[in-house]
Design a binder for this molecule. Structure first.
Ligand code: ZN
Ligand code: ZN
Length: 171
């Protein structure tokens, strides 16, 4: 759905959409959409500065390889969003945009408005945790034999631990 600024100038634009599983693609090939994206909200424009504010709710589930064991891990997302977009012409040239802690995330748009899917994609990326693990207790891959330690109990770890004890004994 295209959020058209001309429509917003007539009044708040409401949206309610479901994007089927896998329909949204991500630049980062490591992540994929594993459930439909359900969203509802509204978009409005602040006339004076042509700033678009998109608010709503978003629910889906993403899948990505676990950072530790590389097995597919699920990341359910169920979040409110509140994003502000300014005309691209207003983007400061060659300067980093300062985003204060409390300030709403600010993006930029070109032309007559923006695609709702772009807004959702951005929000999904913001909602994913920095460290993507399949579970708090994931033991990861053994650096010695390369086996998934959640599935196999290899003896490498015990060996390294023993080495450490050996060193302590020397002291
Ligand atoms: Zn894992
Ligand atoms: Zn091992």
């Amino acid at each position: 759905m295209f959020l058209d600024i001309k429509q917003m100038q007539l009044g708040k634009v409401r949206f309610s959409e479901t994007i089927p599983t896998g329909a949204m693609e991500f630049l980062d090939q490591q992540i994929r959409q594993a459930a439909p994206i359900e969203t509802a909200g509204s978009a409005e424009v602040m006339e004076a500065v042509l700033e678009i504010r998109v608010r709503g709710h978003l629910r889906t589930c993403m899948e990505a390889a676990c950072d530790r064991c590389l097995e597919p891990a699920s990341f359910p997302i169920d979040t409110d969003f509140d994003l502000v977009y300014r005309p691209a012409a207003m983007a400061p040239e060659g300067e980093e945009v300062e985003v204060g802690g409390a300030e709403t995330e600010v993006g930029f748009y070109d032309g007559d408005g923006l695609e709702l899917s772009e807004v959702l994609r951005e929000q999904i990326l913001l909602s994913l945790p920095m460290q993507r693990v399949c579970g708090e207790g994931c033991k990861g891959i053994c650096p010695v034999c390369g086996q998934n330690r959640n599935l196999v109990e290899c003896l490498c770890q015990a060996a390294t631990a023993d080495d450490r004890w050996e060193k302590l004994k020397d002291l």
